[in-house]
Design a protein. Sequence first.
Length: 121
Amino acid sequence: MNHFSFIEIPTTDLKRAQRFYGAIFGWTFRPLPGTEGKLALDTGGSLNGFLIRVPRMRRSAGILLFVEVPDIDSVLKKVRRARGTIVEPKREVPDRGWTAVIASFDGCALGLWQPYWFQAA
């Protein structure tokens, strides 16, 4: 079976991206020996990857990845505080949960997903 191996999140500013994703999702980063402009990303889950510095953001449709969160409303508040953008506001997926799409300060989009069974406290 083919499965996703890792993710690579492009950014124009590694330090700012570390602060942005760390503040919103609690992700951690570490230098990757032998590379320049790349940091290892630890999501705390089974899918990890890298932050990679790019000279400019690509503008393509691409594939949208969704991050499962326990409380979508609190994550959306964190995105606003971190000066990200709410690209698509929270909406309900009947009988499933809630979804929204956010973007980082430099326009990198990620989906958010809160399934019904993952109710906020």
